[in-house]
Design a protein around this ligand. Structure first.
Ligand code: GDP
Length: 314
């Protein structure tokens, strides 16, 4: 439906894990990829974003830029997660509309859904119940982004769409234990435990919450698929349709890394939402499927960690 040939596509947030995966994926399309470092345009600055978009005139925009973080970071810095994400998305939507951008794809996350949503979570569960408190700040900002896209479609007829990826992992992930998500945290902890000869690896919470994980390259592929093939009011879930417990995930990572010690639990840390498996009926119904199996993807993520971070890990 949307032909990328000859188009200029701005990937906002190209340094992040999803943004860099998008840049890699778009390299095989007949389009030009536009990127801008923070020094060129601060996405929280409305005037700067408008000036950038007016000067560069992209045909399409993907909003992969966001203030992101794991369960502890979200819970500890609510203003950063709410304010920065609201500003980034409001500025880009507004500038895109002003400059006549023909197609825009906004990215959110599965945490937009109610804490006790029926599983697997369908797109129409949005706003049917209270959110998970540990990440409601990020979730509220992302729900506002979905609504901004819908408002542009309703008021102006703009072809702006939204995709909600599940928990992502892969090359370019954040391995800082205070702000990371669970996959990079456990990869790092397992590596450090193995190399230091420790007998234990500490996992936050009970290990019973279930999470769904998608490799960032599969996610980028799905996003380009949606950019080309989807035009609709409702957002689309992006996942693989399968989840596992945090304990099973930890065991899998320990296998990949080669750590054979004991897994212990730090119950002072939060579990977060008990489960957030998304329904992928809508995306799969359009013909898209993921390609990277979890254990193979985790092995690739561990290789990336070894190349980029192992030296500064303790
Ligand atoms: P969430 O999906 O928003 O809850 O974000 P996370 O990826 O940060 O956490 C997912 C689950 O993994 C939660 O139940 C965490 O308590 C659990 N978890 C276990 N160990 C860790 C860890 O070392 N870091 C993080 N971030 N989460 C962990």
């Amino acid at each position: 439906m949307y032909d990328l040939t000859g188009k200029k596509v701005w990937v906002a947030g190209h340094r992040g894990m999803v943004g860099s995966a998008l840049v890699r994926r778009l390299a095989s399309e007949a389009c030009t990829v536009l990127t801008a470092d923070r020094g060129r345009v601060d996405l929280r600055d409305a005037a700067a974003v408008s000036a950038f978009v007016a000067a560069e005139k992209p045909d399409a925009v993907i909003i992969a830029a966001a203030k992101v973080g794991g369960i502890l970071a979200n819970d500890s810095y609510p203003v950063d997660f709410l304010y920065q994400n609201l500003m980034i998305e409001a500025n880009i939507f507004h500038a895109a509309h002003e400059s006549g951008v023909g197609k825009l794809l906004f990215l959110g996350s599965s945490c937009i859904y109610p804490k006790f949503a029926e599983q697997p979570i369908r797109e129409d569960s949005l706003l049917t119940g209270p959110l998970e408190p540990t990440n409601e700040w990020y979730a509220i900002a992302k729900i506002a982004g979905i609504k901004l896209g819908q408002a542009h479609r309703k008021q102006y007829g703009d072809d702006y769409i939204s995709a909600m990826p599940t928990n992502l992992y892969g090359p370019g992930d954040n391995f800082n234990l205070n702000s990371s998500h669970v996959v990079p945290a456990i990869i790092r902890k397992a590596h450090e435990a193995k190399t230091s000869g420790a007998r234990e690896l500490v996992v936050w919470g009970t290990g019973t919450p279930r999470r769904e994980f998608l490799h960032c390259d599969d996610c980028a592929d799905a996003l380009v698929f949606l950019l080309k093939n989807y035009s609709g009011y409702e957002h689309v879930n992006v996942g693989c349709g399968e989840d596992l417990t945090i304990l099973d995930l930890t065991r899998m990572i320990c296998r990949v890394v080669g750590f054979e010690g004991e897994i212990v639990h730090d119950l002072s840390k939060p579990d977060g939402t008990p489960r957030k498996l998304m329904s992928v009926d809508k995306l799969f119904g359009m013909g898209w499927r993921p390609r990277i199996e979890l254990e193979a993807g985790l092995a690739g993520a561990y290789d990336w960690f070894l190349t980029h971070h192992a030296a500064d890990a303790a």
